[in-house]
Ligand binder design. Sequence first.
Ligand SMILES: Nc1ncnc2c1ncn2[C@@H]1O[C@H](COP(=O)(O)OP(=O)(O)O)[C@@H](O)[C@H]1O
Ligand SMILES: [Mg+2]
Length: 250
Amino acid sequence: MNNDNLIDIKNLSKTFKGAFEPAVKDVSFSIKRNEIFGLLGPNGAGKTTTISILCGLFPPTSGKVIIDGMYLHNDVDQIKKIVGVVPQDIALYPTLTARENLNFYGHMYGLKGKTLKNKIEVWLSNFGLTDAANRRISTYSGGMKRRVNLIAGVLHNPKILFLDEPTVGVDVQSRNVIIEYLKELNKSGTTIIYTSHHMDEAEHFCSRVAIIDNGQIIVEGTPKQLITDNSGCTNLESVFLKLTNKALRD
Ligand SMILES: Nc1ncnc2c1ncn2[C@@H]1O[C@H](COP(=O)(O)OP(=O)(O)O)[C@@H](O)[C@H]1O
Ligand SMILES: [Mg+2]
């Protein structure tokens, strides 16, 4: 194992109960400390399945994962303490306000009192949500919900942040706020792993990417490297088209 690696994934496979085909097939890759790593691929490629395994939501069928020197199958509770998760589906209570939702998540992470209150206020303000903080989530736009969803995943200052398609269904304004904020978070020392099917966004955001299709990693490298290595390609989207022979399904 390379010591620069914060996460090592070895021969990971997952076959869901009753499924004929594995959703993830023999996937291996590593994530270095302080990277912004993109796991990119079309819908159904296996991105959510991979991320869900990495953050301990369910176990793989086979393979192993080492996170910050700990084996996922032994130390899942320890690992959960240093990891933040922003799931693809919004995980907020619609009848509670943004502030109440964040209070709930803060307590879940063991935060409380003034510390929690201050953190919530700072995050709400960073994301331009202070004025709307006492409104129920059910009255929020998609972009606003995404921003609250994101805050819920970072309240406890995780060392590693997993985000599953954080910019899907988001207006341009929220999208820019989210991307810029994630860059800041990364500068302050958080390793970021994100999934997306937006090659253009990932090309500008990620320090390194892996392209996954049909449950398998096709290629891995810096966006620049992948574009240079594939003759005739001028961007990540064209690299994807060339290597998979298919357009991105939406
Ligand atoms: N809980 C599940 N049970 C059965 N099949 C699943 C489940 N979750 C995902 N799948 C299947 O696994 C494959 C990969 O899905 P997923 O990881 O969600 O892809 P992505 O996030 O890249 O869109 C798909 O064929 C999907 O239908
Ligand atoms: Mg998904």
